[in-house]
Design a protein around this ligand. Structure first.
Ligand SMILES: Nc1ncnc2c1ncn2[C@@H]1O[C@H](COP(=O)(O)OP(=O)(O)OP(=O)(O)O)[C@@H](O)[C@H]1O
Ligand SMILES: [Mg+2]
Length: 232
């Protein structure tokens, strides 16, 4: 079904080993994954199995030892640092396991940042950012700095920042891990809404089996090996 041109992200034979003194930890073992346009994909797996490492490698934030990662037809690990930045800004949204917001900027500025970096005029960028913050339910927190937000609010601002550019693919590392059930549910619905309206693909690391089951594909990571656990 998924021909190469419809895939927004393809990784082939990705391996990565961390060396720590005499210790070698093979964190990713010949991982293959494909994400088609508008596809919702989950990754489940135990703590320490390599899920965050894989997301970082897929997003070009960390280098694999072997293998390739193709985003919209471009090999991100063969691109220059500047091109990598462009590919990320144009095609990807990233929700880190821990929010990674910029402390000295307000919620609104944090969310507007990827738009401003992408060359969107300031007024448009702030308007879009404000609308997206409204969608994650934080319209009353625009001028708060991260330190003055709760943990869950920071996570929601981080999600707004990933979504605001309408990227082809959002890589989300336990985006609702720190949220109460009601808020988590609202964020899950927002992901599906964006998927429907914008044909955004999502790759979501989650311990929420119900969420995983509602997605088209679920992969399981076991000690660095990724296998397809279910498809619909
Ligand atoms: N920079 C690093 N140097 C050495 N080892 C690392 C490094 N980063 C991660 N690891 C190790 O790689 C393994 C996988 O880590 P990773 O963060 O990818 O796991 P995870 O599946 O995301 O776990 P969790 O569910 O707890 O978030 C772990 O054993 C971790 O200790
Ligand atoms: Mg992790």
């Amino acid at each position: 079904m998924s021909n190469q041109s419809e895939n927004v992200l393809v990784a082939r034979n990705v391996s990565k080993t961390f060396v720590d003194g005499a210790n070698k930890i093979e964190v990713l073992k010949r991982v293959d994954i494909e994400i088609a346009k508008a596809e919702m994909v989950a990754i489940i797996g135990a703590s320490g199995s390599g899920k965050s490492t894989l997301l970082h490698v897929l997003g070009g934030l960390d280098q694999p030892d072997e293998g390739e990662v193709i985003i919209k037809g471009k090999d991100i690990h063969k691109a220059s640092v500047r091109q990598q930045g462009e590919i990320r800004n144009k095609y990807l949204g990233f929700v880190y396991q821990f929010h990674h917001l910029l402390a000295e900027f307000t919620a609104l500025e944090n969310v507007a940042m990827p738009l401003l970096i992408g060359g969107i005029p300031q007024n448009d960028a702030y308007e879009k950012a404000e609308a997206m913050i409204g969608k994650v339910g934080l319209a009353q927190r625009l001028t708060h700095r991260p330190a003055k937000l709760s943990g869950g609010e920071r996570q929601r601002i981080a999600i707004a920042r990933a979504m605001v550019t309408n990227p082809a693919c959002i890589l989300a590392d336990e985006p609702t891990g720190n949220l109460d059930m009601g808020t988590a549910q609202a964020i899950n619905e927002l992901m599906f809404e964006l998927n429907q309206s914008e044909e955004t693909s999502f790759l979501v690391v989650s311990h929420d089996l119900r969420l995983a089951q509602s997605m088209q594909k679920t992969y399981e990571m076991t000690d660095g090996e990724l296998s397809l656990a279910s498809t619909k």
